[in-house]
Design a protein around this ligand. Structure first.
Ligand SMILES: O=P(O)(O)OC[C@H]1O[C@](O)(COP(=O)(O)O)[C@@H](O)[C@@H]1O
Ligand SMILES: [Mg+2]
Ligand SMILES: [Mg+2]
Length: 333
């Protein structure tokens, strides 16, 4: 097998499509290097004293795990001196992080969920890192939070690393979705899947069923029909999977299809769901669409949502196109 490294892929992509300039390539390489470091910390577990709670709270009011904090620090430190970024935003930080003035300011904005699936850290189940890249507005002096509030369609790149049995990096720069596997001996990312495609139809769904009694009627109806199986209105049996790490659930769907749902529910009518638009929904929606799938908030395309705040939450329905269309249709879209 001819081995293609991440750098070779990025250089070739620029040669063919002119969509990854040197600054963007550097940014992606720095993020990938940071993910490699996070992967090493994750794999050390108790030996590296990285498990357990940090006993601090993040801006979302969630108790942080040590690895949430460590991963956030790794990504901040790796990116602040690179010269490719104007500023960063993280699920774990209240507001944006400027690049220190001693470093040159670059043309991109980076957003990340440094450690996705925190509840799985201490039980050795797949977790990940999600990132999104936007262009900084032209002529900007010091970036502000407002500069980050761009719709998902404005993303120039999105990706995630999944720390599972293998560590993988899944990336899109708007020209298909490609997967790189970390070769630990060589310390390099090797292209192992090109042009990943999500099958349009599926017999698998992913949702946290324990919230069923709180769901809105369209979600109740949709999932009841799936559960009714072969003799129900859908005429086929569906299987269910729920890992509780979005990265791992989306990675499965990219590989064999499926529909992933995290709806808003009746518990808190003010809260539009659990997942965060800027760090989770937008980058995953870009990846899923680039792989031929669909991603909506039940009403419309996630990538078209105009963000109003950095830590905004949204309902999410994504994956195999036919199923996303059915559940979105039930919301009256
Ligand atoms: O525990 P629940 O309610 O099933 O939620 C699981 C969801 O929450 C998340 O873990 C949120 O991510 P964080 O760990 O980054 O907060 C998703 O990855 C996952 O899909
Ligand atoms: Mg997350
Ligand atoms: Mg997280």
């Amino acid at each position: 097998m001819k081995r293609v490294s991440l750098t070779q892929y990025l250089v070739e992509e620029q040669r063919l499509h002119q969509n990854i300039n040197a600054e963007l390539r550097l940014l992606i390489e720095v993020v990938a290097r940071a993910c490699k470091r996070i992967s090493y910390s994750v794999s050390k577990g108790a030996l590296g004293e990285v498990l357990g709670s940090a006993e601090t709270e993040n801006i979302q009011g969630e108790v942080q795990k040590k690895l949430d904090v460590i991963s956030n620090e790794i990504l901040l430190e790796a990116n602040e001196w690179g010269g490719h970024l104007a500023a960063m935003a993280s699920e774990e930080m209240e507001t944006i992080r400027q690049i220190p003035s001693r470093y040159p300011m670059g043309e991109f904005l980076l957003l990340f969920d440094p450690l996705d699936g925190s509840s799985n850290i201490d039980v050795n189940v797949s977790i990940g890192t999600i990132f999104s890249v936007l262009k900084a507005p032209e002529g900007m002096n010091q970036p502000t939070e407002q500069d980050f509030l761009q719709p998902g369609t404005a993303q120039v790149a999105a990706g995630y690393a999944v720390y599972g049995p293998q560590t993988m990096l899944v990336l899109t720069t708007g020209n298909g979705v490609h997967c790189f596997t970390l070769d630990r001996e060589m310390g390099s990312w090797v292209l192992t899947q090109s042009d990943m495609q999500i099958p349009a139809s599926t017999k698998e769904f992913a949702i946290n069923m324990s919230n069923k009694r709180h769901w809105h009627p369209p979600v109740q109806r949709y999932v009841d029909e799936l559960l009714a199986g072969e003799t129900g209105p859908r005429g086929k049996d569906f299987n269910m999977r729920w890992i509780a790490s979005m990265v791992a659930d989306v990675h499965r769907i990219l590989n064999r299809g499926g529909v992933f749902m995290y709806p808003a529910d009746l518990r808190d009518p003010q809260s539009p769901g659990k997942l965060r638009l800027m760090y989770e929904a937008n980058p995953m929606a870009m990846i899923v669409e680039q792989a031929g799938g669909a991603a909506t908030d039940g009403k419309g395309r996630i990538l078209d949502i105009p963000p109003t705040k950095l830590h905004q939450r949204v309902p999410v329905f994504l994956g195999s196109k036919e199923e996303v269309e059915v559940v979105t249709g039930y919301h009256g879209a």
